[in-house]
Design a protein around this ligand. Sequence first.
Ligand code: SF4
Length: 168
Amino acid sequence: MTKIRVSGFSRESIVDGPGIRTVVYSQGCTHHCPHCHNPSTWDFEGGYELDIDDIVALVKKTGLLRGVTLSGGEPFVQAESFAELAARVKAMGLDVVTYSGYTFETLAEMAKEDPSVARLLNATDILVDGPYHHEERDLSLAFRGSKNQRIIDVPKSLQEGKIFTLEF
Ligand code: SF4
């Protein structure tokens, strides 16, 4: 059974992407953004492990979900496990929102070297990208903390070879 190290999860959220979503918060983050809202997620030895099977079972039991959000910490440092979870979420007919402190451009470069990063990026419908910049904090923004972060339509951006952002 594949395991994911998480700091926690939220069974139903309306603030982590469109619609009602289950949110899985990964444990471990390399970015260390100043004023990070949740520095307890940085430690790679922190949090606890969950079986992907158990997360999938929970998602199946939760009605009215539009999708699942993979949030930070940094999901792409556990790209292999999160890619498997994302594929199983998609197989249920749900969509995947992924948060990353890496930009889309950096992830696209990383994906050339790391098949797990490529799989997770390809399974992501919407990417909220980039580190948190406290000086660009804006509480009025939907689904993100600072203005530099973008809400990206990943399938369209990958297909067209340029970035398409979404407005909410
Ligand atoms: S990427 Fe997210 S979890 Fe990681 S330090 Fe930045 S704000 Fe915190």
